[in-house]
Design a protein around this ligand. Structure first.
Ligand SMILES: *Cc1c(COP(=O)(O)O)cnc(C)c1O
Length: 378
C-alpha cells in the first residue's frame, strides 16, 4: 500500500528548530519572549496593515477574545456564517450568547450579504440587534467583502473575520484578516502554516491588542500582588510555539504558491469531466490561498456522488472530506435562527475537499491522477 495521502498535513520549512533552539539557549520557555514578538511582527508585516497582531494558543481563543472585546455578553445575539467549522460558532456559546446563522451565496460559498441584511433587519425589529458578525473566508476564498463591510458599517455592528483558513488570501489586493474590527488566524496542524497549535487575533489598534493580551494572560491588574477585576484566560502563545511560527513565516509565500498549484492541478484533472466543477475565484478581485481545493459533483450527470468518490479514494489511502456541514444543521446549533435557503446545504451534499497540502510530491499527484482517471474511465 502507498503511504497515506493527507488532505492537508504539516510542512516544515527548515528554520523552525533554529528559533526553538534560540529559545532554549536563552531560557525563554514561557508565554512571552522574543519569538512571540518576532512572530507577531512577521504577521503584521505580512498582513501589510497598521492593525496589531497578538499571538494566542488557537484561532478559537482569538474568536472568543474578539467577541468579549466586541462587548458580547450573556443573552446577546451574534450573527455567524452557517457554513463553517464549529470553532467559528462555539465561542458565541462560551459567552452564553445566541448565534443567528446565515446561508452562503454561490460565488464564494461565504456569507450571503442579502440574507445578512434581512437577518439584521428582522432581529432589530424584534428588539435584539446583533452585537457582532462573524464572517468566514472558507477554504481560503475571500467573502464578498465590499457588501459585508458596507452592511456592518450601515448598521454599526462589529465585524469579526474568521480568517483561520485564509492567511495570504486577498480581496482587491488587501489581505483577508484586515477588513474587520477584529480577525482570527489559526496555525493548527492542518492550516497553511502551522505551529502545531496556535492562533492570533488581529486588532484595530495597539490599545485593543493590549487589552486582548491582558485578558489572554489571566487579566492581572497592575499591582505587585495578584489582583483581578475581570475574568482572565490563559490564551497566550508560548515562546517555543512562536519559534515554529517564525520558521513557518519564511515559507508562507511558497506554501501559498504550492497550494494554488494544487488547485490548478485539480482544474486540469477534472477539465473534461462533465458534472464536476473545481471551486475557483469568481473574478480577479478575489485571490484565494486555496488552503483546500474542493469540487462539487452533480451526481445526476456524473453517475456517482461525493460519497462514492470519497470511499474510492479512501480505498487507495487517499484522504478526502465532505465540505463543512452547515451549523444550522448541526445538532448542537439546530435551535437557533437561520436565514437563507439551501445553498450551504447543497454544497455540503455535493462537495468534496481533496488533498491540497503544499508538501504533496510529484508521485502523490501522479497517484491521485491515476486513481481518479481509473475511477472515471474504468
Ligand atoms: C481551524 C479553524 C478555526 C479554529 O482554529 P484553531 O486554531 O484550530 O482553534 C476556526 N475557524 C475556522 C474556519 C477554521 O478552519
Amino acid at each position: 500500500m502507498n503511504s497515506k495521502i493527507w488532505l492537508s498535513s504539516p510542512h516544515m520549512g527548515g528554520n523552525e528548530l533554529k528559533y526553538i533552539q534560540e529559545a532554549f539557549d536563552t531560557n525563554w520557555i514561557a508565554p512571552l519572549g522574543p519569538n512571540v514578538s518576532g512572530f507577531e511582527n512577521d504577521l503584521n508585516f505580512f498582513l501589510n496593515t497598521n492593525k496589531e497582531v497578538g499571538a494566542l494558543i488557537s484561532g478559537t481563543s482569538a474568536l472568543h477574545l474578539a467577541l468579549i472585546l466586541s462587548g458580547v455578553e450573556y443573552g446577546d445575539e451574534v450573527i455567524c456564517q452557517s457554513m463553517t467549522f464549529s470553532a467559528s460558532a462555539n465561542p458565541i456559546l462560551y459567552l452564553g450568547a445566541k448565534p443567528v446563522f446565515i446561508d452562503s451565496e454561490k460565488d464564494t460559498w461565504n456569507m450571503c450579504p442579502n440574507y445578512l441584511e434581512e437577518a439584521i433587519q428582522e432581529r432589530i425589529s424584534k428588539g435584539t440587534k446583533p452585537k457582532a458578525i462573524i464572517l468566514v473566508h472558507l477554504y481560503g476564498m475571500p467573502a464578498k467583502l465590499d457588501e459585508i463591510v458596507a452592511i456592518a458599517k450601515k448598521y454599526e455592528i462589529v465585524l469579526i473575520e474568521d480568517a483561520a483558513e485564509a492567511l495570504g488570501s486577498t480581496y482587491k489586493g488587501q489581505k483577508c484578516g484586515t477588513f474587520g474590527n477584529f480577525a482570527a488566524l489559526s496555525f493548527n496542524g492542518n492550516k497553511i502554516i502551522t505551529t502545531s497549535g496556535g492562533g492570533a487575533i488581529v486588532c484595530d489598534n495597539l490599545e485593543t491588542k493590549n487589552k486582548a493580551i491582558f485578558l489572554a494572560t489571566q487579566a492581572r491588574d497592575d499591582a505587585p500582588h495578584y489582583q483581578h477585576s475581570e475574568i482572565g484566560y490563559n490564551y497566550r502563545m508560548s515562546n517555543i510555539v512562536a519559534g515554529i511560527g517564525r520558521g513557518q513565516m519564511e515559507v508562507l509565500d511558497k506554501h501559498i504558491e504550492l497550494r494554488r498549484e494544487m488547485n490548478k492541478f485539480y482544474i486540469d484533472l477534472f477539465k473534461n469531466v462533465n458534472g464536476v466543477t473545481v471551486f475557483q475565484e469568481p473574478d480577479l478581485d478575489y485571490f484565494s490561498n486555496h488552503w483546500l481545493s474542493c469540487i462539487v459533483i452533480e451526481s445526476e450527470i456524473t453517475g456517482f456522488n461525493r460519497e462514492d468518490l470519497r470511499l474510492e479514494l479512501l480505498s487507495y489511502n487517499i484522504e478526502s472530506r465532505p465540505l463543512w456541514k452547515p451549523m444550522h444543521l448541526q445538532p448542537i446549533f439546530s435551535n437557533y435562527p437561520f436565514f437563507g435557503s439551501n445553498v450551504s446545504e447543497n454544497l455540503f451534499e455535493k462537495g468534496l475537499c481533496l488533498p491540497s497540502g503544499s508538501n504533496l510530491t510529484k508521485n502523490d499527484k501522479e497517484f491521485i491522477t491515476k486513481t481518479v482517471s481509473n475511477y472515471l474511465n474504468p
